[in-house]
Design a protein around this ligand. Sequence first.
Ligand code: FAD
Length: 294
Amino acid sequence: MTTVVERLRGDATVFSVEFFPPRDAADEAILWRSIRELESFDPAYMSITYGAGGSSRDGTIRSIARVATETTLVPMAHLTAVGHSVAELRHVIGSYAAVGVRNILALRGDPPGDPYGEWVPHPNGLNYAEELVTLVRSLGDFCVGVSAFPYGHPRSADLDTDTLHLVRKFRAGADFAIAQLFFQPEDFLRLRDRVAAAGCEALLIPGIMPLTTPRTLRKTIELSGASAPSSLLNRLEPLSDDPKAFRAEGLDAVTELCERLIAEGVPDLHFYTFNRSKATRELVSRLGLVPARA
Ligand code: FAD
């Protein structure tokens, strides 16, 4: 099966999509409708996040296996070290490999229910994503991605230390990194500059949230770990009670962000879909993004 890096070799910016595992049958139907709707746009790859609980984790493994066997999409499975012994991690990696999944996003993860809360390692587990990169690499011919943080990971002492830890993940064998959500193109470009200044030729991919609702804006602020610039808040917050106007303005703002990133030569725009396809399809069309195969 094709790797993410192979899919990003062209000159043009392409796009990829992220989903989360379904909680029940109704969720599963929505997820699969969205997957099928996006399949014909030929994203470079699709990914499914990895939760903290057993049933959600099973949902990731089941869904990624189905994508690998029933669709033309290139799947990438997220995996976190939270609550797992090394033996369990080996088992999950083995179950990804067994269905032909060759792309893994190796993450430390967060303690359940507490984004960026105090990290508690499993007694027989791993401490940092860097160790998971090494483990995945040792178990087969995988293409490995990691996370990166434009504003620094909230638990990093400063940006230099954060960059150092990111570069260590590349040195451990990561092939690319997907950046956490951010607000301005410069925030991502500065991350790219820091990594380059550290002597690392890394493939860095921006994570993009389609700002369709006040909830997606709140989620972006929460995940980014930073405050939204007043220019964006002044643009969107007055529209909070007008869903149609918010969506239109939010998608305009995201289109402008993406246009600048494309002009800066980013290889891929990684869209958070919330398991819906409409906003992503709209952005892909507006931006004229080409199928990854072209
Ligand atoms: P690490 O790279 O291990 O970093 C964690 C902290 O430790 C940082 O502060 C870092 O600077 C520090 N550090 C790293 N290495 C060292 C070292 N050698 N010595 C000392 N300190 C070190 N979470 C989920 O639960 N499921 C998902 O599916 C998921 N998908 C994600 C996808 C993307 C694109 C992103 C950006 C995040 C995702 N997350 C997911 C969230 C992520 O797991 C958390 O942000 C987590 O807090 C950090 O994970 P990490 O892999 O960056 O950790």
